[in-house]
Design a protein around this ligand. Sequence first.
Ligand code: SF4
Length: 226
Amino acid sequence: MFLSESSSDEPLSVSDLKQFVYCPRIPYFMHILGFRERVTECMKEGVESEDRLVRLEERRRKLAKKLNVNGKLFNVSLYSERLGLFGLVDCVVVHGSEASPVEFKSSSKPKKVSENHLIQLVAYALLLESCMKKVSKKGYIIYEKHDELLEVSITEGLKRYTIKKIDEMKRVIAEEVFPETKQPASKCVSCGYRKLCQPYIPKSLYSFAGVYKAPRRTDTSEGAAE
Ligand code: SF4
């Protein structure tokens, strides 16, 4: 299924936005320098999960029954010229004048939803409002490991914050500004861009680092991600 407002030149994806919120350097590496992420062990697991997608599909449809609403659409492509954003949402729940995004995560439910997953959900809500002309007040994340459901209120404040993040991401790419950032070592150690971003730091050192402040780099021609 594909829902669209109209066409545009180079929109960015919700996945780019999710990465940007995880670390603002990632879309810079992808869109300005043209590097693609080195496949890490974590990602290999993700790819294997992708291979199981067909079998997961049926399970997801069963899990979606947790949402006691009839109108569900699966794997919906969305695009908004106004937002300059596109994405593929796992499921959409339609009830009356409202449409809610549903995302599936393979993990168990965290104590607190991560910011990048939250912004991803809100971005889908914004796309649904733009494409389907419906209101999006709620979103859902289904954590597949233990079949847990999280309901998220999509507030006006969250929508404004997400639009701000979209604008920030576009500015980084349009102005080609290498972002200053401060990320926990736990993020950097599993990041597919680590060898490009921090080529002089051996992986073993990360276990001793609490917080790593990524240095400013003007020459990024070395240490390309594998
Ligand atoms: S290695 Fe760390 S600072 Fe560099 S892109 Fe990855 S998460 Fe960001």
